[in-house]
Design a protein around this ligand. Sequence first.
Ligand code: SF4
Ligand code: SF4
Length: 104
Amino acid sequence: MSIAINAKQCVGCGKCSMVCPGSLIHMNADGKAFIKYPKDCWGCTSCLKECAVHAIRFYLGADMGGMGSLVHTEKEGDVLRWIIDHPDGKTSEIRIHTKQSNQY
Ligand code: SF4
Ligand code: SF4
């Protein structure tokens, strides 16, 4: 599992670095985030959800049924959108209402 950070989109807020439970994300001399130990990422997705400019993509490998798809999140009010870009160019989306997702 791993993520990729688009340096062109990154605005250097540092939030992804602060939330990563493994301290895997660091800031480079240009003030951009990068993942120092990609193989150590266990896919908690915390960094995705913190990035307001959607600069972080999470790889959905074949072992997860993703076959190389990339996922990122976008917030829309109380709804968290999980947007999946598939290798064939198609996009799909899962919408989770954050205020209802913990109710059971
Ligand atoms: S997905 Fe989780 S473990 Fe991986 S880099 Fe992001 S915050 Fe760290
Ligand atoms: S949260 Fe996004 S914008 Fe902020 S440092 Fe991380 S990748 Fe860059």
